[in-house]
Design a protein around this ligand. Structure first.
Ligand SMILES: *Cc1c(COP(=O)(O)O)cnc(C)c1O
Length: 380
């Protein structure tokens, strides 16, 4: 599938790039219109359609998209926003960009590493204005329940869907939902993101903020549709460009089949692990709807994770950790002090992410599990 894949190592994740992407980028260069234009508009339309929406907004990253969504929802200084700590740091950083305070919420358990509603309820204060849920590994949180949670308390609900493009239940109940097209995600534009919203008025507000708070776009002015413009808000330059949109359009053609291949590899992993390494737990083992972005496993408590990772690496197998908890980072401890999130900390200490991407073969999965089994056997 991928023309440029590294065959010597089993990569953790690998962008699927080929002739289609090459030709798409060349066509943009030859067109000589590089900044946000018709390809971005087409990419937005096609992405929106996949998520059963009328419109979507492409941005330069998911981080930028989260920032814009929060600003457009009126989040700012003095407000508190509930966030998981078990996420990429961008989720919490986006809250800080607005001047609001991220309040860290624990996960449900080590086999269900989603943000815990029970803990979220105890962390609500009169200042709480919003909650950001994150669809960890491509498994959607229970949006019906989170929607009730938010409605009961008058909170805005934002979905960090960096792991979950193409999942049907994602982007339906959240006020705003933001996807990432960073290079290691299920589809990529190198850097990039996309926003969908429940109400079109919010998307219009975000459109304004994406480009300096200006009332007309560069392309309109170039085409002579607009002779001047006004600035009516403080905005940013968080636009996407045509090169990235062209790559995105090529990727979008394959996203759903890629997600299906990921699910098949995940199932293969789960079956093999249960048989060959039953001491290792698989989160979200019940399955259900997923974009299968990650293959996380939870190692037994008496296992040295670093040794396992080194053993895998010596067999040419990449692995990683998702995630070092945000509340434990130096910057966050300096800002907000030491906090205890027991389930998050246990999960982060025991979690190991195995390779998962559409370029894997069944043999690769066999090799990873065999190597993991061996490294666990030799642990004494
Ligand atoms: C990758 C990621 C982001 C940030 O995405 P960018 O497009 O790199 O800004 C945010 N949240 C989560 C959960 C991610 O995995």
């Amino acid at each position: 599938m991928s023309n440029f894949a590294n065959k010597d190592v089993i990569e953790l994740g690998a962008p699927q790039l080929g002739r289609r992407e090459e030709e798409a980028v060349l066509a943009v260069l030859r067109s000589r219109w590089l900044a946000q234009g018709s390809r971005v508009a087409e990419f937005e339309q096609q992405f929106a359609q996949m998520h059963h929406k009328d419109d979507a907004l492409a941005v330069c990253s998911c981080t930028a998209g989260l920032h814009l969504a929060l600003v457009a929802l009126g989040i700012g200084p003095g407000d508190e926003v509930l966030v998981p700590s078990l996420t990429f740091v961008a989720t919490a950083n986006a809250v800080l960009y607005t001047g609001a305070k991220p309040v860290f919420v624990d996960i449900e358990s080590v086999i269900s590493p989603h943000i815990s509603m029970e803990d979220a309820a105890t962390k609500c204060s009169p200042k709480t204005r919003a909650v950001i849920v994150m669809h960890y590994g491509g498994f959607p949180v229970d949006m019906a329940q989170w929607s009730d949670f938010a409605n009961d308390r008058g909170l805005r609900l934002v979905e960090d869907a960096a792991h979950a493009p193409g999942v049907d239940s994602v982007g339906v109940l959240g006020d705003a939902t933001v996807f990432s097209f960073f290079s290691n995600k299920n589809m990529t534009t190198a850097e990039g993101g996309m926003i969908i919203t429940r109400e079109s008025a919010l998307l219009d507000e975000i459109r304004l903020l994406r480009s300096h708070g200006m009332t007309t776009g560069t392309l309109d002015r170039h085409r002579g549709h607009a002779y001047s413009y006004d600035v009516i808000k403080l905005g940013w330059n968080y636009r996407m460009d045509e090169l990235r949109a062209a790559i995105g359009l090529a990727q979008l053609e394959n996203l759903l089949p890629w997600n299906e291949t990921r699910r098949q590899h995940r199932q293969h992993y789960s079956d093999l692990l249960a048989k060959k390494v039953p001491a290792v737990q698989v989160p979200f083992a019940d399955g259900g709807e997923t974009a299968a972005h990650l293959m996380p496993v939870v190692l037994p408590t008496d296992v040295g994770r670093l040794k396992v990772m080194e053993a895998l690496r010596s067999n040419g197998i990449q692995s990683s950790i998702h995630y070092p908890p945000v509340h434990k980072f130096s910057f966050y401890e300096d800002q907000f002090g030491r906090q205890k999130l027991p389930a998050t900390e246990e999960y982060a200490a025991r979690e190991l992410t195995l390779p998962l991407h559409p370029g894997l073969t069944g043999d690769d999965v066999d090799r990873v599990v065999a190597s993991l089994a061996l490294s666990l056997k030799s642990r004494e």
